[in-house]
Design a protein around this ligand. Structure first.
Ligand SMILES: Cc1cc2nc3c(=O)[nH]c(=O)nc-3n(C[C@H](O)[C@H](O)[C@H](O)COP(=O)(O)OP(=O)(O)OC[C@H]3O[C@@H](n4cnc5c(N)ncnc54)[C@H](O)[C@@H]3O)c2cc1C
Length: 500
């Protein structure tokens, strides 16, 4: 066992899309800073960011009905949809900058155009969808959205879903062609390739075991080299904990006051994947339905065309599952060991409050393949069991904390940046909307942790992300300019995705 002592400017823990994005931003803003990355697996983008572990939706609120809730007066609240769309535009701008600057060569390696659709059945749901469409259609960010209840039109849009449909229940859909399928795994790997070419030291098979403050206010990170069991100690002025599901345990090790009274609850995702090429080629969209009453937002069912390994695939899900692991490659003790004296009451309160989630998860875990097929048949009436296999996706660790609005032990479904008051350490917790908003969330990390540099960095940030600090909803001309130029750079104007 040897103890290596190393000093550096920045340490990024974890090689997922969040660390990749923060590292890429910092490399442009402060190229002289020395950055080190520690990842316990042997490659980048192998946990939640991996293409098989998430749904690959470029979340821009074009089809996700849970981003537009119905207010008590029956009108539709579009504020969350606007916010998420604006955040996705920031990602598009930064990815375009990476492509324009030749830091990433071929955008088709990670992003493809794909219509985003919402589909509902039943009179009440149809009324909701129509109102949602009317509330969004005139807003610049949602330009191009179409609505139809016409069966012939729907057959044209989604033949696989409409063929063999016998129900005479009302049905309706919206469609917008400017949606995307994003391979976040490929994007993560491309950004890490770029970072390594810029002399960022990326250490795979290096697991971070502990984080402690040093006397001079820096952070000492204890790292285990997994191949030879050696322990290394690295210090940095700034540490980003981008460990995905592993972030909560690491944040707790820092002992910062901001890490207290926070817990995590893991929810697994499972997808059905189609193995029949004839079925796969009949569908070309991401089609989101409505979550069942009482089901959590991450359980919205969707039938998605995906582009993985240069092949078109078809996935349906997610089904929820339960595993106490916080990472797919984590430990069965993750949930238990995350309970500390400072968060035990928060966790207990959440347990008492979230009985319906527990019930939902138990029901989901008990589903047989045929019962899952029955849910799929609500989308594809003629789906055959032999055409579909079950794949296990990533773990989402939902944040539990005490909030003013929800009280003690409130389950949060969004992402959350937790940072020390001096900005020397930050962690990203939570899961949704996730990778799509990585750029916005990492800009938030920069603003929280480097306020003294923001004035100097602002012009470079605006070169990379022209809408930084502005509302695109309030500046439609800027939105159209950005939307068109990023579509051009990212190859999103092509009608049919080109295969390599
Ligand atoms: C089922 C499912 C569907 C989803 N669908 C979508 C979607 O459609 N669109 C979307 O935008 N987002 C989606 N998400 C969310 C998205 O996948 C995540 O928000 C995003 O990938 C998180 O990136 P990350 O870098 O924080 O974490 P990860 O990609 O999980 O990376 C964390 C890394 O840290 C490493 N690590 C952890 N602990 C340590 C340690 N102690 N030492 C060293 N390394 C460590 C891990 O090995 C891992 O490589 C989905 C997630 C799931 C689970």
């Amino acid at each position: 066992m040897s103890n290596v002592q190393n000093k550096t400017d920045v340490i990024l823990i974890g090689a997922g899309v969040m660390s990749a994005t923060l590292g890429s931003l910092l490399k442009e803003l402060a190229p002289e800073w020395e950055i080190k990355v520690f990842e316990k697996l042997d490659k980048a983008g192998e946990e939640s960011s991996n293409e098989w572990n998430n749904a690959g939706t470029g979340h821009a609120a074009l089809c996700e009905l849970n981003y537009t809730s119905e207010k008590p007066d029956g009108s539709i609240d579009v504020s969350k949809a606007i916010k998420i769309n604006e955040q996705f535009q920031e990602s598009r701008q930064f990815w375009s900058y990476l492509v324009d600057s030749k830091l990433i060569r071929n955008p088709q390696d990670f992003i493809r155009p794909l219509p985003h659709m919402s589909l509902v059945q039943g009179e009440q749901n149809v009324t909701f969808l129509k109102k949602r469409f009317e509330a969004l259609t005139d807003l610049p960010l949602f330009q191009g959205m179409e609505y139809s209840e016409d069966l012939e039109k729907l057959k044209e849009w989604i033949p696989l879903i409409m063929n063999g449909r016998t129900s005479d229940e009302p049905i309706a859909a919206t469609k917008i062609d400017s949606g995307t399928d994003v391979n976040f795994g490929a994007l993560t790997r491309l950004m890490f390739d770029h970072l390594q070419s810029e002399n960022v030291e990326v250490n795979y098979k290096h697991s971070v075991e502990d984080i402690n403050r040093t006397e001079d206010g820096s952070w000492e990170v204890k790292v285990k080299d997994i191949d030879n069991d050696n322990l290394e100690y690295h210090t940095a002025k700034f540490v980003f904990i981008g460990g995905g599901g592993g972030s909560l345990h690491l944040l707790q090790k820092t002992g910062i006051p901001e890490s207290k009274h926070i817990g995590g609850f893991p929810v697994s995702g499972l997808f059905m994947v189609c193995n029949n090429p004839e079925v796969i080629e009949q569908h070309h969209a991401k089609v989101y339905g409505k979550a069942k009453v009482g089901a959590p937002p991450m359980s919205v069912p969707h039938l998605d065309t995906r582009f993985i390994d240069n092949k078109q695939s078809l996935l349906f899900g997610p089904f929820a599952g339960f595993s106490p692991k916080f990472l797919k490659t984590g430990s069965m003790l993750d949930l238990v060991t995350s309970v500390k004296p400072n968060n035990v009451l928060t966790m207990l309160a959440a347990g008492a409050k979230e009985m319906s989630l527990t019930k939902y998860l138990v029901q989901q875990v008990m589903l047989s393949k045929e019962q899952r097929m029955e849910e799929l048949r609500e989308f594809i009436p003629n789906a055959k069991s032999e055409d579909w296999d079950l794949v296990v996706a990533g773990q989402r660790v939902q944040v539990i904390k005490d909030t003013e609005a929800g009280g003690k032990g409130t389950l949060q479904f969004g992402t959350e940046v937790v940072s020390s008051s001096d900005g020397s350490i930050a962690a990203l917790l939570g899961a949704s909307p996730g990778a799509s908003t990585a750029v916005h969330v990492m800009l938030e990390v920069l603003e929280k942790c480097f306020p003294e540099h923001m004035f100097k960095w602002e012009s470079k940030i605006k070169e990379m992300i022209p809408s930084f600090g502005m509302s695109l909803a309030d500046n439609p001309d800027l939105y159209f300019e950005i939307h068109n130029s990023t579509a051009e750079t990212l190859g999103l104007n092509k009608k049919e995705p080109a295969y390599n």
